[in-house]
Write a protein that binds this ligand. Structure first.
Ligand code: 3UK
Length: 523
């Protein structure tokens, strides 16, 4: 532990991350350098400083006070960093949210967080509109990147109307700066509170020390800024050294990603395994995936299959650094290293973090044996909002429990062995079997449903459903297609079962709990 701690940065008590990430770049003479480039606009460090001051003033003008929560439902455009850093400057707590959620999911989070304001991209407003009336705490709605209807304010206009003179809110390095919502096995998302110092801890420990990010780098993260992964990749890491991030507001299809690669020539690229697989499946992927400067790729969110990393190395010409991170720890804490990659392994603890693999009694297991990965480091969240029990179970003093099963190999490296619970990831997005089952059960044809993660032809997990049909329904193709569409529209587009198997009954315990492990074994 002492070794890990010796590389932690120290912070003054009076510390607001906006000074360290935004103002320090202007003071260092980078005012005219682009910090962010989206397909329509570039934002220099100088304008980010000015516009974040304007937004801080716009928040004040609208009665949004320090420690209020501000939800960000924003595509990756240059407006997103303005809103995020403007909030920190005002002492307001931004909560970047997944832009693929349903109206009900937004309603839950906005109520849970009691957000008093929101910035929403114009193209996402229609999803949010039906639930706005049911949210009395939410008083101010800014609409970015498009027209603002009655009752809403135009984000860019609000910036123009506000003063560019602003004093930065005095905050403490140990004070909550922003929240990120994490979905858990019980379904409801939980708000993880993160501190002002945590952004710089992850930027120094992983971005700078492991990846070696420098001022001359251009980074591109296909993982969006609303994920902890994307927030580090494309915001805190590049800004910590005065580098530039290319942003893609659209869905990261292989075509869209390769277009950015060709246009912006990033030196570091961040993706999730599904995207790497889709890009390799794309006919004629060029060397560097289109970028003439690509030196490093990073993968996280789910385990990177060994063959995928090896194939990428051969065809694209750069390594993929696989590392495991979590919303609770903010970023990656166990990873491979540039120049020392073992495909199929998660690698070693990032210097500054300690990791151990423990049995249910909390004692470390012997090398080679599977146990739960438990991690310690300076970027751990300070807890879940209004979730005492779950906070105590996950953030146990110095140690954070990951719910991931791991084993340490003969080579000393950490190997991922699946989730300790039943959750799994598709394209970097969580799938809770419970969610998909609930969606299936809401269809009139379905009597019972159980969902597990099953490997597709590329070794990546996708949902597979086992269902029992109500009487009078047969397993025809039309019904199967209808069920998939039903899950897509009610639970989320990435959650639909790629395979559906109709059974006479589901395996259950004596107490009536579905035995998913049996279904996983049956495939
Ligand atoms: C799984 C991995 C195997 C694992 C994240 C980088 O994914 C991130 O955060 P989430 O809260 O999910 C955390 C869980 O995802 N996982 C992530 N990376 C890997 N499993 N190999 C990996 N390389 O179950 C973990 O507990 O969405 C990733 C940086 C910041 C993040 N928040």
């Amino acid at each position: 532990m002492d070794d890990a701690k010796s590389v932690w940065a120290s912070f003054p008590r009076d510390y607001n991350a906006v000074s360290d990430f935004v103002d320090s770049n202007v003071e260092a003479g980078r005012g005219a350098k682009p910090a962010f480039i989206d397909p329509a606009n570039a934002l220099t460090y100088g304008s980010l400083q000015e516009r974040s001051k304007r937004f801080a003033n716009a928040l004040k003008k609208n009665g949004v006070e320090p420690e209020h929560r501000l939800a960000l439902i924003m595509l990756d455009t240059v407006a997103m960093p303005v809103a995020f850093w403007g909030a920190l400057r005002a002492g307001v707590i931004p909560i970047p949210l997944n832009t693929l959620l349903t109206a009900e999911q937004y309603a839950y989070i906005l109520q849970d967080s009691r957000a008093t304001s929101v910035v929403v991209s114009a193209s996402l407003l229609a999803t949010l509109e039906p639930v706005l009336k049911a949210l009395p705490a939410l008083r101010t709605i800014f609409v970015s990147d498009g027209d603002a209807p009655d009752g809403c304010q135009h984000f860019e206009q609000a910036l123009d109307d506000a003063s560019s003179e602003c004093e930065t809110a005095q905050t403490c390095c140990d004070e909550t700066a922003f929240w990120l919502y994490s979905s858990g096995s019980t379904g409801k998302p939980k708000g993880v509170k993160h501190l002002h110092a945590s952004l710089m801890h992850t930027a120094k420990l992983f971005g700078q020390s492991v990846l070696g990010i420098e001022e001359s780098d251009v980074v591109f993260s296909a993982a969006k800024l609303f994920f902890a992964y994307g927030l580090g990749n494309a915001m805190s890491f590049p800004m910590s050294v005065g580098a530039t991030a290319a942003l893609l507001p659209a869905r990261p299809t292989p075509e869209a990603v390769m277009e950015v690669m060709a246009r912006q020539n990033p030196s570091i690229f961040f993706g999730v395994p599904t995207l790497y697989a889709a890009m390799l499946a794309h006919p004629g992927i060029p060397s560097g995936a289109g970028s003439s400067k690509l030196r490093l790729c990073v993968s996280a969110g789910e385990a990177l299959p060994k063959e995928l990393g090896e194939q990428w190395r051969t065809q694209v010409g750069s390594d993929i650094i696989d590392g495991i991170g979590s919303t609770e720890m903010l970023h990656i804490f166990v990873s491979n290293r540039p120049g020392n990659v073992t495909y199929g392994a998660s690698g070693l603890p990032v210097p500054g973090y300690a990791a151990k693999i423990v049995a249910p009694d909390g004692e470390p297991v012997a090398d080679g044996e599977i146990g739960e990965l438990v991690v310690s480091g300076p970027s751990a969240g300070e807890g879940y909002w209004n979730q005492r029990e779950k906070t105590r179970a996950t953030f146990a003093g110095e140690w954070t429990y990951t719910s991931d099963n791991y084993r340490r190999g003969d080579d000393g490296l950490f190997y991922y062995c699946g989730r300790a619970d039943d959750m799994f990831k598709v394209s970097g997005n969580w799938v809770s079997p419970f969610d998909v089952e609930s969606a299936l059960l809401s269809h009139q044809a379905v009597l019972e449903a159980a969902v597990v993660g099953k490997e597709d032809g590329e070794g990546l997990l996708k949902p597979k459903a086992f269902i029992v049909l109500n009487q009078g329904y047969g397993d025809g193709q039309e019904l199967m297609d209808d069920l998939k569409a039903h899950v897509k529209s009610t639970a989320g587009p990435w959650k639909y079962p790629r395979w559906i198997e109709v059974m006479d009954e589901l395996p259950k315990t004596a107490t009536g709990k579905i035995q998913r492990f049996k279904l996983r074994q049956a495939g």
